[in-house]
Design a protein around this ligand. Structure first.
Ligand code: ATP
Length: 203
């Protein structure tokens, strides 16, 4: 890295994104602003270890929907790293690959409080906190410091908090509305809605 240049700061926000919706996007932008990141990278999972039985839309279609959602927002990106590996998608492997391919990037892993509580059961949590800073998304009344994950020996992991306005939207809600032939306009960006329509997803 040239002398005087600071490392690029990137947030990593993983999920299944089936489909990506305004809750993910609003939260991603809030994380960008609060943590003063240069980039926020959505990383769709091939298959989440936390949702092993879920029937998912094909990975390349979920990836296209995220691409459509972030189009025109240069600080919002999408990575296909997990889609190029075999399932399930472990965060530690993704962060290790990013550290190798982007050595000048400081990575912050963005987690919901529920993910943070389960973090001690993830694959190699100590290695994850070595590879990335952790930022936990919080809403009113949520106290991530009251439920620190146990990582065996040693001190609890350090983390940042990002207070966010969590919109009451989920991918489940979007899929249910499509199935019920109800509108999803404004719950997902228009390019995402067009892909759902064109491919007859979630019927
Ligand atoms: P599903 O309804 O299928 O379980 P989801 O809407 O929770 O999906 P995921 O792809 O599992 O979407 O979520 C990816 C990440 O986004 C997770 O960290 C999750 O906590 C977070 N997230 C999901 N919905 C919202 C929302 N409305 N606001 C903020 N973050 C969200």
């Amino acid at each position: 890295m040239p002398v005087g240049q600071r490392p690029r700061k990137a947030g990593v926000f993983g999920g299944t994104y089936d489909p990506i919706h305004v809750g993910h996007l609003v939260t991603g932008i809030e994380a960008l602003e609060t943590l003063e990141l240069d980039l926020l990278i959505f990383v769709p999972a091939l298959r989440s270890p936390h949702k092993p039985d879920a029937t998912l839309t094909p990975a390349e279609v979920r990836l296209d929907m995220v691409r459509g959602a972030v189009e025109g927002y240069p600080r919002l990106r999408v990575s296909d790293l997990e889609l190029r590996r075999s399932a399930p998608s472990y965060t530690v492997d993704t962060l290790a690959e990013m550290a190798t391919s982007e050595p000048d990037t400081e990575i912050t892993l963005i987690l919901g409080v529920d993910q943070w509580r389960a973090f001690g059961r993830w694959k190699e949590p100590r290695e994850i906190v070595r590879l990335a800073r952790i930022a936990v998304l919080t809403r009113d009344g949520e106290r991530p410091s009251e439920s620190l994950p146990e990582l065996g020996d040693g001190p609890p992991p350090a983390f940042l908090e990002i207070p966010v306005t969590r919109l009451d939207v989920s991918s489940t809600l979007v899929r249910e509305r499509v199935r019920a032939r109800r509108s999803i306009r404004f719950l997902v960006p228009d390019p995402v809605g067009r892909i759902i329509e064109a491919k007859s997803l979630y019927r």
